[in-house]
Write a new protein. Structure first.
Lengths: 165, 702
């Protein structure tokens, strides 16, 4: 039975391999591996939660499940914009922790072959480089592929930084 | 063996043996106290060890089987010879050590490791003790002969000659069917054989190769299990013993005479061709004749009525059920408070709605009651700790248990074991004095610890009382000052505050660190554990006379009655139990101190004001204390007034934990205990009144 399940899982992973959901933040286009994505919903009324960093906007009720929201703009230290009807929440699930990412707008699901993906440059540009896992080339444009794990776990470092400031 | 890889079988094994071990521990502690073992106790111990031996060897845990086998030998000797001068505490000691060994191994098995800890040393101890007492009982060779018996799984036929002439021997032909779908029929059959063969002179069964042959499980499921045996037991005894086995659907027991027995044995031997063949021509290998069938049905009925009407349910299913009931409660208020209905005159609807409300309330109560367990077993586990510690630190202590039938939610019970253990250890180590000390103080040398549970409405109160030396207020304060945990003047500190100092991290009054306590961790862990399940802890003591620790825990965590309030756009739920009153503030009662701390005077008492909007950092609709609403909340005799925009009404809410991602932030300590979804789908944050009061009043000043 286990082996059957495993092979099913493998199959599922296979179909999801090489697929990325892309979204926009201002002019940049980001991608996340599709296997992390649970669903995409429009912006909803958010309940604020005390004592959290500004990029954690609060929690929402997704059909009985309570999900915290991260504003990716704020997380990347970009300027905040008002939410509009194009604003989307991408719900991702990593190791059974569900989080919603607030993004300007969702673009499309893309196939990016492994050979079109290159590691990010070593140097730190002005932009928050540490969340970028790799860079994907699709035709003439470039998609920045996010490291979802880092997106959720890097916080402790940041909290220390904040404390120092 | 294939059984090793079968999860359900392993699970069953662990479940069964943990229950048996618990049972055994109870017997041992009881008999140690009275320093005698009744015949029933001895038999029970024997039976338990026997079952464990059987199932362990079945699961190929040979070390466990071997150990159980030796304990079984010991008790066989005790049962058969009834030695007059038996040192029961010694026996209990040995078996308790073995018990821990079993528990440890079971834990390892549970976590997926192999159980391979060598049991040799322990077996030697038991064996040498057995030899010692057999020596004392002088020249009883049956026991020693038995002692050298091999582990049972190597044998198929059990013939024991030594005792044949002692009592009249009865011959039986037994036919057993197991419950459909109980699985592992071969294992079950083996357990049955194993259970009875010790009392049998001769034992034959079919299918014969219970383990070597995989098909035989299926065969037993379809056809049943046949055995023939001779024993000194009477028919009633045999029947009783067989019925003890798990999942037995029916037992058919025929009296035979000696010739009948030989024939039956022959019949069995005839059948002992490979089972596959027998399985194919099941037409003539079916054991049961028509007449026997009817007879069997009557027995079946009696067996059924004897079985307890209990089932074991996976806790996950209960959690799921609980969730669903929670969703129903939410949905119910979604329907009944639907905005579409606002302002309509709906008599019939309201009637039905009330009915629905009543039913969901009932449903909720039932589901809650399913999850309720008596606190007794958790308390009884403490007996063992008291016993072990009393020996190690040479103190005599009696543990009294009161109110063990008090029921508490399963989730909460799971969190109670550790704190209770800590507290009991503390009471024994720090509280109860040395026997000589006690004597000189005019107390009985034997110390008393009382563990008491009682139900007080919405809460369960657990008290741990000892009659030891009590807490020394002066010493506590001195120590706290030394560690810089306290800044107030001595006389500003109330007794209660002083006693509560021991709950602070890193605080230990004991100078020497012992195996059990004194490291200064512990009490703060106890406190945080208790608070994790929404409880509170307080300490009362009088120097020289003893200490009482009061733990207040909620009956259940899942559903609370709450008052909805809002501040700006945020909704908050305040548990109704914590609310004393709500009112509009009047200008003349408002006070501000020099640090701009706001307070309010009510009936001569002054209470601090907590503005929820400031506390939680949201923008309120109104900033004026006179416009919004004040809600006085109370916990542990301390009260504060919360200031919110408006009251929205009272409602039952289902508590949901905050999402996992937020755990890394100090949301909890800011005074949010959880969250809930309201009828319209919006989220309300549940205020942790204890947390807010703690933050406001104590504010880290102690």
């Amino acid at each position: 039975m286990n082996t059957k399940q495993d092979s099913l899982m493998e199959l599922e992973e296979d179909t999801q391999k090489g697929k990325y959901l892309t979204f926009n933040l201002g002019k940049e286009v980001f991608g996340i591996e599709i296997r992390y994505v649970t669903e995409i919903i429009g912006i909803q009324p958010i309940s604020a939660v005390p004592e959290v960093p500004d990029y954690v906007k609060g929690i929402i009720n997704l059909r009985g499940k309570i999900i915290p929201l991260i504003d990716v703009r704020l997380k990347f230290k970009k300027e905040a914009v008002d939410y509009n009807d194009r604003t989307c929440i991408i719900v991702i699930d990593i190791d059974n922790i569900s989080v919603g990412l607030i993004v300007d707008q969702v673009a499309e699901v893309l196939n990016i072959e492994d050979e079109d993906i290159v590691p990010p440059p070593e140097y730190r540009t002005g932009f928050q480089n540490k969340y970028i896992k790799s860079i994907g080339r699709v035709e003439e444009s470039v998609k920045l592929i996010l490291d979802c794990n880092k997106l959720l776990s890097e916080d402790e470092m940041e909290m220390v930084e904040q404390a120092v400031q | 063996m294939a059984g090793r890889t079968l999860e359900p079988m392993l699970e069953m094994y662990l479940f069964e043996s943990s229950q048996l071990l618990e049972q055994l521990e109870e017997i041992l502690l009881r008999s140690e106290k009275t320093s005698r073992m009744s015949e029933d106790d001895i038999n029970e111990t024997f039976r338990i060890m026997h079952t464990i031996k059987g199932s362990s060897s079945m699961m190929m845990f040979s070390n466990l089987a071997n150990l159980a086998h030796h304990i079984e030998d010991l008790f066989f000797h005790i049962r058969e010879n009834k030695p007059a001068s038996l040192d029961y505490s010694m026996v209990c000691d040995l078996v308790l050590i073995a018990l821990d060994f079993f528990r440890n191994e079971n834990l390892r098995i549970e976590s997926g490791e192999d159980s391979d800890t060598p049991e040799g040393a322990l077996v030697d101890r038991i064996a040498s003790y057995l030899q010692q007492i057999t020596g004392r009982a002088a020249g009883d060779d049956t026991a020693t002969a038995l002692y050298s018996q091999h582990p049972p799984r190597d044998q198929k036929f059990y013939v024991r000659q030594e005792k044949q002439e002692l009592v009249q021997i009865n011959w039986f032909r037994g036919f057993i069917q197991f419950d459909e779908g109980c699985e592992m029929e071969n294992v079950r059959a083996f357990t049955v054989v194993h259970g009875i063969k010790e009392q049998c002179e001769q034992m034959y069964h079919y299918p014969e190769d219970l383990f070597e042959n995989q098909e035989c499980s299926q065969f037993i499921a379809q056809e049943g299990f046949l055995m023939a045996f001779s024993t000194r037991l009477t028919k009633e005894q045999v029947e009783a013993q067989l019925q003890e086995a798990l999942f037995v659907k029916s037992i058919l027991l025929n009296d035979l005479d000696e010739t009948g027995f030989t024939e039956a044995v022959k019949e069995l031997e005839r059948r002992s061709k490979p089972v596959e063949e027998a399985g194919v021509d099941s037409g003539n290998s079916s054991f049961v004749s028509e007449q026997e069938n009817t007879e069997m049905e009557t027995i079946q009925d009696t067996v059924k009525s004897l079985k307890q009407s209990m089932i074991t349910v996976n806790i996950n299913k209960l959690d799921r059920l609980m969730d669903l009931v929670g969703e129903i409660v939410i949905t119910e208020s979604m329907v009944i408070r639907n905005p579409d209905l606002a302002g309509l005159q709906l008599d019939n609807f309201s009637k039905s709605a009330r009915q629905l409300r009543k039913l969901t309330d009932d449903l909720q109560d039932v589901v809650m009651s399913i999850r309720m367990l008596p606190i007794g077993p958790t308390f009884h586990k403490m007996q063992r700790i008291v016993r072990d510690m009393a020996r190690k630190i040479n103190k005599e202590v009696d543990l009294k248990i009161l109110g063990e039938e008090t029921e508490v939610d399963k989730n909460i019970i799971d969190h109670l074991g550790d704190p209770l253990m800590h507290l009991i250890r503390n009471a024994m180590d720090h509280g109860i004095e040395e026997p000589e000390d006690r004597k000189s103080k005019g107390k009985p040398t034997k110390g008393n610890i009382t563990l008491e549970a009682s139900n007080t409405g919405g809460d369960v109160l657990i008290r741990i009382m000892d009659d030891g030396r009590g807490l020394d207020r002066k010493k506590l304060i001195e120590k706290a000052r030394l560690k810089g945990l306290i800044t107030k003047n001595d006389d500003e500190i109330s007794d209660e505050e002083a006693y509560n100092l021991i709950l602070l991290p890193g605080f230990s009054t004991k100078d020497a660190v012992t195996e059990f306590s004194g490291r200064g961790v512990g009490m703060d862990v106890v406190k945080s554990n208790i608070e994790k399940v929404g409880g509170s802890i307080s300490i009362d003591s009088s120097l020289g006379a003893g200490t009482t620790i009061n733990i207040k825990i909620p009956l259940t965590l899942a559903i609370v009655d709450g008052m909805q309030v809002n501040t700006g756009k945020s909704l908050y739920t305040i548990p109704t139990v914590a609310i004393r009153e709500s009112f509009k503030a009047v200008e003349k009662n408002l006070i501000k101190d020099t640090d701009d701390n706001e307070m309010i005077m009510i009936r001569g008492n002054c209470y601090p004001i907590v503005r929820l909007h400031r506390h939680f950092g949201v923008t309120p609709k109104t900033d004026s204390l006179l416009e919004g609403i004040m809600i006085m909340v109370e916990n542990d005799g301390k009260a504060v007034c919360l200031f919110a925009d408006e009251l929205l009404g009272e409602q039952q809410v289902v508590v949901k934990p905050l999402p996992g991602y937020l755990v890394r932030y100090p949301v909890k300590t800011s005074g949010i205990g959880g969250c809930t979804i309201l009828g319209d789908g919006s989220i309300s944050l549940i205020i942790d009144v204890t947390g807010i009061i703690y933050r406001t009043i104590q504010g880290g000043s102690v």
